[in-house]
Ligand binder design. Structure first.
Ligand SMILES: Nc1ncnc2c1ncn2[C@@H]1O[C@H](COP(=O)(O)OP(=O)(O)OP(=O)(O)O)[C@@H](O)[C@H]1O
Ligand SMILES: [Mg+2]
Length: 484
C-alpha cells in the first residue's frame, strides 16, 4: 500500500533474455541503484561499467526514473519504494496483414493496420525526448493507471470510461509520437500485469479511400480482429488511429452520405463494444478538428489540444539536440575541468522583470571588478570555473535568443535544423565537427532561412505572403504579425 510519505523510484531494466531467478535479479538491480549515485542517475542509464555482467550477462541497460526530480544522499531509504520493470525489447518488423484471415478474397485483405509488439527497440527513449508545456504526458499515463485501478476495484462499467483519447492540433506538434511513446511506456510499466503488449496502428485513410463502398464493413472487421486480441486478458492492446477525421468525419457534411455515415456509425458501435475491456486503450489524433464527428468527440475521455510549443519548450528541444550532437561528436562543448554538459547549456530560466535584470547586471559588474582586482593582485588569469561559467551563460542565453526566434515553427521543423546546419555550413566546408558557439551561430541563420522558405511556400500556395503555415488560427495570426 502506497503511503503519503513513500517515494517511488522506477527502475526499467532492458534484458536480452528474462532472468531465471527474478527475485534475485531484482534484488541485485535495486542494490546497484542504491550504491550508485542515484541523484545523478534519475532519468539516465546506469553506466555499463557499473554492471557486473558476470552475474547477469543479459542486462542490456538499466534506466532509473523517479517521481521526484532529484534524490539526494540524505534520503531515508526506508521511504523509497522501488518498482522494477524487467523487459525484453522487441526488434521484429510489424505484422501488416492484420485483416488477412486466409478466407476472404485477397482483394479485401487490405493492409489497413500494422501490429507492433512492445516494448520495441524503435521506441526506446521517445517518451523522454518529448517536451510539452503542460502535464500532458503524465495526464495520459495517470488516466490509464486510474482506469485500471477502477476495473480492479470492480467499479460498475459506467465509471470506467471509454478508454478513448483524442489529441488534436496543428501538424508536427508530436501527437503521433506521443501515442507511440505512451504505448511503449505502458508496455514497460505494466509488464507485470500484462504478458504481451501490442500497438495496432490503423491506417484509417487507406481503409476509407480504397474501399469506398465497403468502409463500414471493414471497420467492423478491423475491430473484430482487435477484439480477438483483447479477449485474452494477458494482452494489453493500444490502438492508434491517426487522422481520425477520415473515419469519423462529420456525418452531415459528407458528400457520399450512405457509405461515410455507415463507417462512422460502425466506428461508434465498435468503440462502445470495446469499452467493457480493461486491457485496451484507443488513441486517436487529428489536425482537422472541425471535421471530426461530435458523437465521436463526446465519447473521448480525454480531448487535448496539442499546440505549437512555447519558448521554453523550443529551448528544451534545441538543447536536447545540442547534447545529442555533442554525444555523437559532431559538436564540441569547450568546457574545461569537471563541468557537466547539463550545466554548460542550462535548463531554461524564464525572462525576469527589468528590476531583476538590473540587479543581475550590477552583480555581474561587481564580480567583474572583483575579478579584475584579484587578477591584478595575483597576476593570474580567470579560473577555469569562472571561464566555464561565463561560457555557459553565453551559450545558454544565445540558445534562448534562438528559441525566441523559433516561435511559430513546429517541433517537426526544429528536428530538421541540425541536419540542415551540417549540410549547409559544416560538411560543405570539409568539416565533421564544430564548436558549440559556431553551431549556435549557424543554427540562428538556419532558423531565419526556415522562415524565409515558409513565407515563400505560403505565398506560392495561397498567394498571401503574410499568411501562416499551419492550420491553427491563433498561430496564423502570430506568424502573420511576425512576417510583416
Ligand atoms: N513536443 C515535442 N517535443 C519533442 N519533439 C517533438 C515534439 N513534438 C514533435 N516532436 C518531433 O517532431 C516530429 C513530428 O511529430 P509527430 O509526427 O508526432 O507530429 P504530429 O502532431 O503527429 O503531426 P501530424 O498532425 O502532421 O501527424 C517527431 O519526430 C517528434 O519527435
Ligand atoms: Mg501524426
Amino acid at each position: 500500500m502506497r503511503t503519503e510519505k513513500e517515494k517511488i523510484v522506477d527502475v526499467c531494466v532492458y534484458v536480452d533474455r528474462p532472468p531465471l531467478d527474478c527475485d534475485e535479479f531484482e534484488r541485485y538491480v535495486v542494490n546497484l541503484v542504491r550504491c550508485a549515485n542515484i541523484s545523478a542517475l534519475v532519468g539516465k542509464n546506469i553506466p555499463s561499467d557499473l554492471l557486473r555482467n558476470d552475474l547477469f550477462p543479459d542486462i542490456g541497460r538499466i534506466t532509473v526514473e523517479s517521481e521526484l526530480n532529484s534524490i539526494n544522499f540524505s534520503i531515508d531509504w526506508d521511504e523509497v519504494k522501488f518498482r522494477t520493470h524487467v523487459v525484453v525489447l522487441r526488434t521484429d518488423e510489424p505484422e501488416s496483414d492484420f485483416l488477412d484471415d486466409g478466407v476472404s478474397n485477397t482483394e479485401e485483405c487490405v493492409s489497413c493496420a500494422e501490429v507492433w509488439q512492445l516494448p520495441h527497440a524503435n521506441y526506446v527513449d521517445v517518451w523522454e525526448s518529448l517536451v510539452f508545456e503542460s502535464t500532458l504526458k503524465n495526464d495520459l499515463f495517470n488516466f490509464v493507471e486510474a482506469s485500471l485501478l477502477f476495473s480492479k476495484r470492480g467499479l460498475p462499467m459506467r465509471y470506467l470510461g471509454n478508454k478513448l483519447v483524442f489529441l488534436h492540433g496543428p501538424p508536427g506538434t508530436g501527437k503521433t509520437t506521443l501515442c507511440h511513446a505512451l504505448a511503449q511506456k505502458l508496455s514497460v510499466y505494466m509488464s507485470s500485469t500484462f504478458e504481451n503488449s501490442y500497438l495496432v496502428q490503423v491506417n484509417s485513410h487507406s481503409l476509407f479511400s480504397r474501399w469506398f463502398s465497403e468502409s463500414g464493413k471493414l471497420v467492423t472487421r478491423l475491430f473484430d480482429r482487435i477484439k480477438e486480441m483483447v479477449e485474452n486478458s494477458k494482452n494489453l492492446v493500444v490502438v492508434l488511429i491517426d487522422e481520425i477525421e477520415s473515419l469519423a468525419m462529420v456525418r452531415k457534411a459528407s458528400s457520399e452520405p450512405s457509405d461515410s455515415v455507415r463507417a462512422v456509425n460502425a466506428l461508434l458501435t465498435q468503440l462502445d463494444s470495446l469499452k467493457r475491456h480493461e486491457n485496451v486503450l484507443i488513441l486517436t489524433t487529428s489536425n482537422l478538428t472541425e471535421a471530426v464527428d461530435s458523437a465521436f468527440c463526446s465519447r473521448a475521455d480525454i480531448k487535448r489540444y496539442v499546440g505549437l510549443p512555447s519558448v521554453r519548450v523550443m529551448y528544451e528541444i534545441l538543447r536536447q539536440s545540442c547534447f545529442q550532437l555533442k554525444q555523437s561528436k559532431c559538436v564540441r562543448f569547450d568546457a574545461s575541468g569537471e563541468m557537466e554538459d547539463k550545466d554548460f547549456l542550462r535548463i531554461f530560466t524564464p525572462e525576469r522583470g527589468r528590476k531583476a535584470e538590473l540587479a543581475e547586471a550590477d552583480a555581474i559588474l561587481e564580480s567583474l571588478l572583483e575579478n579584475a582586482k584579484l587578477s591584478n593582485v595575483c597576476n593570474s588569469s580567470r579560473s577555469p570555473d569562472r571561464r566555464n561559467e561565463i561560457a555557459s551563460e553565453d551559450a545558454s542565453s544565445k540558445l534562448k535568443q534562438i528559441a525566441n526566434l523559433c516561435v511559430g515553427l513546429t517541433p517537426r521543423t526544429l528536428e530538421k535544423l541540425p541536419l540542415l546546419v551540417f549540410s549547409k555550413h559544416v560538411v560543405s566546408h570539409g568539416k565533421i565537427e564544430i564548436d558549440l558557439f559556431q553551431y549556435l551561430e549557424f543554427l540562428e541563420q538556419e532558423v531565419r532561412a526556415q522562415f524565409r522558405e515558409l513565407k515563400e511556400l505560403n505565398s506560392a500556395v495561397n498567394g498571401h505572403p503574410n499568411d501562416g503555415f499551419c492550420h491553427d488560427g491563433r498561430d496564423r495570426f502570430r506568424i502573420a504579425r511576425r512576417s510583416q
